[in-house]
Design a protein around this ligand. Sequence first.
Ligand SMILES: [Zn+2]
Length: 219
Amino acid sequence: MNISSATRQALIPIERKIRKEPVEHFVALDKANKLLCENQGKDNSVDIKHRWYSIFLPNDKKLTHNHPNATKNTLKLSINDIYHGIIGGFQEVRAVSQDGYCALVEIPKMGLFEKIKWRKKLLEYDKSLEKSKKQIEINSELHMEHAVKMIKEQNIIEIKKQIETNAHLKILCSLELTQKEKEEKLIEIADSQVAKILKNIRKTLEKEAGFKFRQIKLP
Ligand SMILES: [Zn+2]
């Protein structure tokens, strides 16, 4: 366990309050569990820049915030959350969901050079994740166009062949779904692919830098 039981106690009322908020809130506590800073943002981001926030400071602070749209199954720390954890000098970064769960990462003590190294790596990861997201989008659109074209042409043989080999198309060709349902399915597919990439990044951080990722139920 990275944080003390006093810290866990201090976080209980804070997280109980922020997890219900419709927009993102963050709260940072110092070494002695005193409030360092808090802020509220938009539905998927919040600015945490502040005077105490520096790569030169020791990691003895705690950061918690809420992910308003997340639930037990979709809750995860973003690359950005981990990035701020490293360069802001946090020993633990937590994200809470409306339904009372907390995804957290325990960040080991790091020297300045190690922080700089991982900061650079995370920026690279972020870039490649953005690239993959775009690729998923493009692929989905192509599949969508292709599916519509084939349905228009009533090319049953081609449709059947494609359905067998392509999960995206399988969904898109399912004519019982409305356009909105199809779009939702596509987002689901994209999300699961992004989640896979994030999982790999987390694994690397665990193996090479001693990070520990966990999900817990809030008290
Ligand atoms: Zn977050």
